[in-house]
Design a protein around this ligand. Structure first.
Ligand code: PLP
Length: 369
């Protein structure tokens, strides 16, 4: 058994969830970023219509699937000209994040770079491969033996958005080092602060970021958040034709295949912009309510320009803040889950019902008085 990973960190939140559940008006869990609104009907219908699927699906994805991803990048991400052979389906993004270093043949002595404040799966992938993990945002400090760089914009947990210029510097440095730059972008349709509420959040595939070639880069995108499809395991990756061909070959050997009904559901989701707009407005209201309350309690907000989280600090150890929130019956995530540079922050998730968000806001505002 592979034993290099510690126990899943969320276990350590359990005592605080238990404490929060003792609140006289019940617990409000704002820790997990798991969507709670219904999967749009157009997507459910597509899944149902393709429920007769006796044969094995294609690991590479149907042509219609890959074309729909290319069309979405053109209309929603300002990235025209993606060839269908540059696209592959993944069973949610997390599996590819966790296995990419192994699939790339990265191992002992190699470095995987992740953001200083990072979603946990990048570290898992480095551990599976036996590689050294370096948490560093500044490309100039990336080690010479870096083989894979993770960029996450908009970021989880901090909601930070990378400008096209900063992104381009990262791509240039990764190319200079001969490292693959993998960009995890699943919150790109959920921009809040200007300019990102109206402007397209840059993708690594954007000409301004990677130039005329998609060599040495890989873009990961997931529909879990923007289309409430976390239960479908619906995501995709886009890179150079050769990289995608090689990854599809390995995934074929390993049986990492997106089910055909899910492929059809993705096509339906990407073809319907309206549900994404509606869901964004739902989150906008929740965010406004919670943001006001979090600030009035005394939290300082960092970044949080996009995505589904408020990244906030009381300028104290995050576990003390987690405890204070538990006393209010609210569960939040300690920043320490996201690395050693985040120990004075906590993450509030917007993936709760309107009612729960209002109740949490009420408790935070009343706690002052
Ligand atoms: C930054 C980031 N990447 C990837 C994922 C995984 O998404 P999926 O549901 O596609 O596995 C998440 C989920 O929270 C995330 O926050």
């Amino acid at each position: 058994m592979f034993t290099d990973l510690p126990e899943y960190p969320w276990q350590s939140l359990k005592p605080f969830s238990e404490k929060a559940s003792l609140h006289k008006d019940g617990v409000i869990d704002l820790s997990v970023g798991s969507p709670i609104d219904a999967t749009p009907k157009v997507i459910q219908d597509a899944l149902r219509n393709f429920s007769n699927a006796p044969g094995y699906p294609s690991t590479a994805g149907t042509l219609e699937f890959r074309e729909s991803v290319a069309a979405w990048f053109e209309t929603r991400r300002k990235v025209p000209g993606i060839h269908p052979d540059q696209v592959m389906p993944t069973i949610g993004s997390k599996e590819l994040i966790s296995w990419l270093p192994v699939l790339l043949g990265i191992g002992k002595g190699d470095v995987v770079v992740q953001p200083r404040v990072a979603y946990t799966a990048y570290a898992v992938g480095a551990a599976f491969a036996g590689a050294t993990l370096v948490s560093e945002d500044d490309p100039e400090k990336w080690p010479a033996n870096t083989k894979l760089v993770w960029i996450n914009s908009p970021g989880n947990p901090d909601g930070k958005v990378l400008s096209a210029e900063d992104f381009a510097k990262a791509v240039a440095k990764a190319r200079e080092l001969g490292a693959l730059l993998a960009s995890d972008e699943c919150y790109a349709e959920l921009g809040w602060s200007e300019p990102w509420d109206n402007e397209v959040i840059p993708s690594v595939l954007d000409k301004r970021v990677s130039g005329d070639s998609h060599e040495g880069i890989l873009c990961l995108y997931s529909l879990s958040k923007q289309s409430n499809m976390a239960g479908y395991r619906a995501a995709f990756a886009v890179g150079s034709k050769q990289l995608i061909k090689d990854l599809v070959n390995l995934r074929m050997h390993a049986g990492m295949i997106m089910p055909l009904p899910t492929q059809q559901a993705v096509i339906a989701a990407l073809g319907d912009i309206e549900h994404v707009r509606v869901e964004k407005e739902i989150y906008r209201k929740r965010r406004e309510v919670l943001l006001k309350a979090v600030r009035s309690y005394g939290f300082e907000l960092s970044e949080s320009q996009a995505g589904l989280y408020l990244w906030a600090s009381l300028n104290e150890d995050c576990w003390i803040t987690v405890e204070k929130m538990a006393q209010l019956g609210i569960v939040v995530v300690p920043g320490s889950f996201y690395g050693e540079f985040a120990t004075q922050h906590v993450r509030f998730s917007l993936t709760a019902t309107d009612e729960d968000i209002s109740r949490a806001a009420g408790r935070l505002e009343n706690a002052l008085g």
